[in-house]
Ligand binder design. Structure first.
Ligand SMILES: Cc1cc2nc3c(=O)[nH]c(=O)nc-3n(C[C@H](O)[C@H](O)[C@H](O)COP(=O)(O)OP(=O)(O)OC[C@H]3O[C@@H](n4cnc5c(N)ncnc54)[C@H](O)[C@@H]3O)c2cc1C
Length: 411
């Protein structure tokens, strides 16, 4: 009969399996470049996304529904006006704004898009192109998320060509503007309070932005776009405007009164989408790696097979390349040097790499990769929308091509 001492000795001799490393998509330790205050916010956002969003998002995604139940806790994060100075906004560097976007998309690109449309596109239009009075009036309640915004640029017949071809018209009558036309794909539009509408002034053909209080503007109606296969949580609307009267006080009047104002906003939000696309890859990668460590085939974890490790290394390389590119772009932005073509290059590159990464992640899951419950299918599907919105891959590359060749290939 063995003694207690020999039992202990024997159990020490049995080789315990080495614990496997936890999935971590910050391979080059980029978080170390954040200051303590920034890092604290990023961790707070991670905690919110992991504890509140992750447990319920697959259900909302499947149901094509927006999780309004998350808004009270989300407001407490106080990131409604992240990146803007003054006007009740939180402030913060472009790098912090990017890290927060990446952190959110690591769990869910739809909820990130809701925030990006509100904070980036809608608030950004007012912050960059509004007058002092307009900023004072609109930004504080939007920063508190008491009023949620959307951004209406794309039309049913005009997507990539919005710079020169908007068909929505704005006609001035004294102190009032009359808006007529349609907008398509507008995120948050079915339920938000403030719509930034871009329209062509019939007088001079210039594109101008208007702040429309959509809930109480007669002639403004929104139909939800049904049957989407990506970003299903985001409520995208088809807006119709019939003789909508908007006071001149609501015409964005702090910019140049042309499409350059719109482009300034898009530069900032394309920067945002680069980070968002990187977060989307991180979520897919971390899910895939955890699966590779636990899924057994041929009596072994599939993560121990060479060809699976090849997929994992490729995914991580894509993510790390995107992160490093964006970190440098954040500095350029901070120094006021980021141009449209810089943002376009990263939007195109990061969304293209994202498409590869999420496809490899889905592949690694085998059949389970097409079931929403395993998360990776959601990242896979959502990536398609990120690839196309805020200007397609081709449009970004045309912007870059024009900058580096000095020759415009726009038709
Ligand atoms: C989920 C989702 C959310 C969105 N949210 C918003 C929003 O909140 N607000 C908003 O205003 N818009 C929004 N959009 C619209 C989005 O920005 C447009 O879908 C995008 O700009 C492309 O326009 P399009 O879909 O009309 O495609 P098109 O312009 O019709 O392009 C079709 C294809 O042709 C290619 N193409 C076009 N012209 C050229 C050319 N000259 N050379 C080479 N290729 C070309 C394009 O790259 C694309 O592959 C959203 C879209 C989606 C899918």
């Amino acid at each position: 009969m063995a003694t207690a001492t020999s039992d202990i000795k024997q159990s020490k001799d049995v080789k315990q399996p080495k614990p496997l490393p936890a999935p971590n998509s910050d391979f080059y330790q980029l978080a170390e470049t954040l200051n303590p205050e920034e890092l604290a916010l990023v961790k707070q956002v991670r905690a919110f996304m992991e504890s509140k969003v992750a447990p319920i998002i697959n259900k909302y995604w499947t149901d094509d529904a927006f999780p309004f139940e998350l808004l009270p806790a989300f407001k407490e994060l106080n990131i409604g006006g992240l990146g803007y100075e003054g006007y009740g906004c939180r402030g913060g560097s472009p790098k912090l704004f990017g890290f927060v976007a990446m952190e959110m998309a690591r769990i869910d690109p739809s909820f990130t898009t809701f925030w990006g449309v509100h904070t980036g596109l809608a608030m950004g239009s007012i912050y960059l192109d509004g007058s002092e009075e307009q900023k004072q009036k609109w930004l504080p309640p939007m920063a508190r998320l008491e009023k949620v915004g959307c951004f209406g640029l794309t039309e049913p017949l005009v997507g990539s060509g919005t710079g020169g071809g908007l068909t929505t018209t704005a006609k001035r009558e004294g102190d009032t503007w009359i808006l007529n036309g349609e907008k398509r794909w507008i995120g948050n539009a079915t339920w938000c309070d403030v719509s930034i509408i871009w329209a062509r002034d019939v007088e001079d053909n210039q594109v101008r932005g208007f702040i429309v209080e959509n809930k109480n503007t007669p002639g403004f109606s929104v139909d939800k776009i049904e049957h989407k296969i990506a970003l299903k949580v985001v409520q995208n609307g088809h807006i119709t405007m019939k003789d909508c009267r908007v006071p001149d006080a609501n015409r964005l009047s702090g910019g140049q009164g042309s499409f350059r104002d719109t482009a300034r906003v898009l530069r900032m939000t394309r920067y945002f989408v680069g980070w968002e696309a990187t977060g989307c890859q991180m979520g897919a990668y971390e899910n895939a790696l955890a699966y590779a460590q636990s899924r057994l085939q041929f009596g072994k974890p599939i993560g121990s097979f060479q060809m699976i490790q090849d997929l994992i290394a490729r995914m991580l390389a894509n993510i790390t390349a995107c992160q490093c590119m964006l970190l440098r772009l954040a500095d350029l932005d901070d120094e006021g040097k980021m141009q449209d073509y810089h943002a376009s290059l990263s939007k195109a590159f990061c969304t293209a790499k994202m498409r590869e990464t999420v496809a490899w992640a889905r592949e690694l899951f085998g059949g389970n990769g097409i079931v929403v419950d395993y998360n990776v299918a959601r990242f896979f599907a959502d990536s398609e929308a990120l690839y196309s919105y805020e200007g397609t891959f081709q449009m970004q590359n045309l912007i870059v091509g024009k900058a580096v060749t000095g020759l415009s290939a726009f038709v």
